[in-house]
Design a protein around this ligand. Structure first.
Ligand SMILES: Nc1nc2c(ncn2[C@@H]2O[C@H](COP(=O)(O)O)[C@@H](O)[C@H]2O)c(=O)[nH]1
Length: 378
């Protein structure tokens, strides 16, 4: 079959005309469907729209103009280009065909080269139209994403900047106007430094996620023992978790098979998941917070689960938590851009693994991710 195997539908009440056109066009690689009357053609076209219709004008029961008008008023069929093929050579007949939405008009007797050229031209126009539409859709999606990101960024960056500006203006107001050098209490400076760090962290996560989405996550893969990595991670976090009154339990399977992974990036995933448990269960808590990291080898993959006994994930966004800029409302958390889990997803998927939220847990939140075993990596 030829021209991408496009399907042409011929509608003409003269069997000889249909046969002639069908033979010539199928010899040029087109798939042909045909009908000798408009009613049958309309039903068939509605059920399975062709790429283009060749339509006679003078037909009994329903003529080509009426059939064209019906096709153009039906959302399922209105986009299909219609080329009229008719013995009527009058200008008004041609104008009427175009006014009804016809794409082109060929007069009988026709030259096959002309028919082919006009069909190809219409199919090309149709293809360009689809491409343009897809590009417009894509651009709209990009614009929406940019708009959301601008909204989120301006909202989340405003708070720390506002805080910093208030502290600075307060200090300036209280200081003697003749004093050229000011000294500030350590606590104020610490507050300002924290505010700057938060702004930097927000900007970094934005830039980073954008970069990784476009260029891919720059992994350096090495043979890794995930159990050891999780143990090192827990040790590094133990002091901070103690201060936050959090118990961290490890449940690491024995003889875990090695994976191929980037330790720094997997560390980032663990860090994000643990930080989320703390962020969404701030002090004071109704009950002590306990977090368990479990690593098991199931079905040729290593699965790591980070589970806490806290408030659990807002079910309203449970199926979207890994999307960019998605965050729950109920925590009223000013620290997140809704990028943490999105970044985790980028990292895990770059490793060839999967990440998910277990909504079946009775209380608290459980996020799991899988990583392929070293022996399965090419
Ligand atoms: N209660 C908890 N909610 C969580 C936790 N981790 C994530 N979330 C929810 O998901 C969104 C998106 O997370 P982000 O890291 O991409 O910002 C967040 O706004 C929360 O609603 C968790 O451990 N506990």
């Amino acid at each position: 079959m030829g021209p991408d195997c496009k399907t042409l539908f011929i509608v003409d009440d003269t069997p000889d005309n249909v046969r002639l056109l069908a033979n010539l066009l199928s010899a040029h690689g087109y798939r042909i469907r045909k009908a000798l009357n408009a009613n049958f053609a309309l039903k068939s076209i509605e059920q399975s729209p062709p790429d283009l219709i060749l339509l006679d004008v003078n037909m009994p029961t329903m003529n080509g103009y009426e059939m064209c008008a019906r096709l153009k008023s039906n959302p399922h069929t209105q986009e299909i280009p219609i080329i009229f093929i008719s013995a009527l050579d009058n200008v008004l007949d041609k104008v009427k065909a175009f006014n009804l939405g016809g794409a082109d008009y060929i007069t009988k007797p026709f030259q096959m080269e002309e028919v082919l050229a006009r069909i190809e031209h219409q199919l090309l126009l149709q293809q360009q139209k689809h491409q343009l539409r897809a590009e417009i859709q894509e651009r709209k999606r990009a614009e929406q994403s940019l708009e959301v990101s601008l909204r989120v960024v301006s909202h989340d960056l405003r708070n720390p900047v506002l805080g910093l500006s208030m502290v600075l203006n307060n200090c300036l107001k209280r200081a003697d106007p003749d004093q050229t050098e000011l000294s500030l209490p350590r606590q104020t400076l610490e507050q300002m430094a924290r505010s700057c760090e938060r702004q930097l962290a927000l900007i970094n996560s934005l830039v980073e996620s954008q970069h990784w989405e476009q260029q891919g996550v720059p992994l350096v893969l090495r043979r890794l023992d995930l159990g050891t990595l999780v143990r090192d991670f827990a040790e590094e976090w133990s002091l901070g978790l103690g201060e936050q009154e959090v118990t961290l339990n490890l449940n690491l399977g024995e003889n875990l098979p090695a994976i191929m992974g980037d330790a720094n990036f997997i560390w980032r995933v663990l860090e994000n998941l643990l930080a989320n448990s703390l962020k969404y269960n701030p002090l004071p808590r109704p009950q002590p917070l306990s977090i368990t990291i479990t690593v098991t080898a199931i079905d040729q993959t290593l699965t790591c689960r980070v589970k806490d006994n806290g408030v659990g994930v807002d079910l309203a966004i449970a199926d979207r938590v890994f999307e960019r800029y998605q965050r729950g409302d109920r925590e009223n958390n000013p620290l997140g851009l809704g990028l943490g889990l999105y970044v985790c997803k980028l990292i895990v998927e770059a490793h060839g693994g999967q990440i998910g939220l277990n909504t079946a847990v009775s209380r608290g939140a459980e996020i799991y991710f899988t990583l392929p075993l070293e022996k399965d990596c090419a």
